[in-house]
Design a protein around this ligand. Structure first.
Ligand code: SAM
Ligand code: MD0
Length: 353
């Protein structure tokens, strides 16, 4: 009788199942996978590990991009300062509150307050006061958890935002290769961005770290990102495919096939089985949701109320005003995959644990 030796993939998946730390070579091996059957096995293990920690429960995040003005010149981003090919907006306190309540009522678990590094906040000593007031007001009116995604927020402002009730600070490095970073986030300090996340962690914030794929990164860079996320003890980790944006230096860089994002997402689940990992509606809209959940995601992000005058990031309009980025449209997709919306209590238990 011929006894088949376990393959490298068998051995890696066995280790992931036992939650043993995967080494650099093992992660590089996983990143090279392209054969359909092998990909399915990685996704299956990712789902199994998600079920171990989260059963079939999924968290839903509402997204308010409240200012699309930005002082930065990120080569990948539509909202880079020198891009004059778009209409920008800034939502005031009252407008943000109104949208926030629509989202809260719709059944989300968290509100993500996002902006470009808008000079009206960054260039003015009391510029962030209105954001702090908005966080306070949301907290007074509801128990909704809040994430701040407003760039490299000054340390003292972060402290104020924490006091006002914000639980999360999201600030994606995009890559942990400083050279590649300098070509993406032109003129911005790699080290300050990393440092602010560590400082936020020390203040008691939950941290989200993220990377972009399709921006010229090598597999070794992705492994470095996974290791940096581990060192940071990020509570939520994400990967998003780069989507080319009109009027930017990277407008002709084609978006790569989504298998790469799904594979990295699944590897994140193998490496961080008990962490939150988003499936963003911002990259491929509602049609891209099932595939990302199948790869092991347990959070749906970028839920946006229709006709609220809000834009997405990688897709400004996709699926927003036709109400496809709503809890109502997401629930049937979850159901089709044997998943359900977690309760508010379950989300609170997770973030307080
Ligand atoms: N301005 C804040 C900052 O830079 O941290 C928060 C908003 S920023 C637009 C949020 C994230 O959107 C970026 O960190 C990046 O990962 C993602 N993003 C921006 N442009 C993108 C694009 N063209 N394709 C995919 N993701 C993109
Ligand atoms: C998303 N477009 O979740 C949003 C954004 C910022 N914290 C989140 C990248 O896809």
């Amino acid at each position: 009788m011929i006894v088949q030796q376990p393959s490298t993939l068998d051995r890696i998946l066995e280790k992931a199942f036992k939650e043993e730390l995967l080494g650099r070579d093992e992660l590089l091996h996983l990143l090279k996978i392209s054969e359909k059957n092998e990909l399915s096995r990685v996704f299956e293990m990712a789902r199994l590990l998600r079920t171990r920690y989260f059963e079939n429960k999924i968290f839903l995040y509402g997204f308010i991009y409240f200012s699309t003005y930005c002082r930065n010149e990120c080569n990948f981003c539509l909202y880079r300062k020198s891009n004059h090919s778009l209409h920008r907006y800034h939502k005031n306190h009252g407008e943000i509150m109104e949208i926030a309540y629509r989202l809260v009522k719709s059944g989300i678990h968290l509100l993500d307050l996002t902006m470009g590094e808008d000079p009206r906040y960054y260039d003015n000593k009391s510029g962030f006061d209105s954001l702090i007031r908005t966080v306070q007001a949301i907290k007074e009116g509801s128990e909704m958890p809040i994430m701040i995604s407003a760039g490299v927020v000054p340390k003292d402002v972060l402290r104020e935002l924490k006091k006002a009730g914000a639980e999360w600070y999201a600030c994606y490095q995009e890559t942990h290769n400083p050279h590649l970073y300098s070509r993406l986030r032109v003129g911005q300090s790699f080290y300050e961005r990393m440092k602010r996340k560590k400082e936020a962690k020390d203040m008691g914030f939950l941290i989200e770290e993220g990377l972009l794929t399709g921006v010229g990164e090598k597999d070794g860079d992705v492994v470095d990102s996974l290791q940096a996320m581990r060192r940071l003890e990020a509570d939520q980790v994400r990967v998003m495919s780069f989507v080319p944006q009109k009027g930017t230096p990277m407008q002709n860089v084609p978006s790569i096939p989504r298998t790469r994002e799904r594979l990295i997402l699944a590897i994140m689940r193998l490496v961080f089985p008990d962490r939150l990992i988003p499936a963003s509606l911002d990259v491929d809209g509602i049609n891209g949701l099932a595939d990302r959940l199948d790869a092991g995601a347990n959070v749906v992000t970028s839920i946006i109320p229709p006709n609220s005058g809000l834009a997405g990031v990688s897709n400004q309009e996709l699926d927003i005003d036709d109400a496809n980025r709503t809890v109502e449209r997401i629930l049937p997709i979850l159901e089709g995959l044997g998943l359900i919306r977690a309760s508010t209590t379950e989300y609170m238990e997770w973030i307080l644990a």
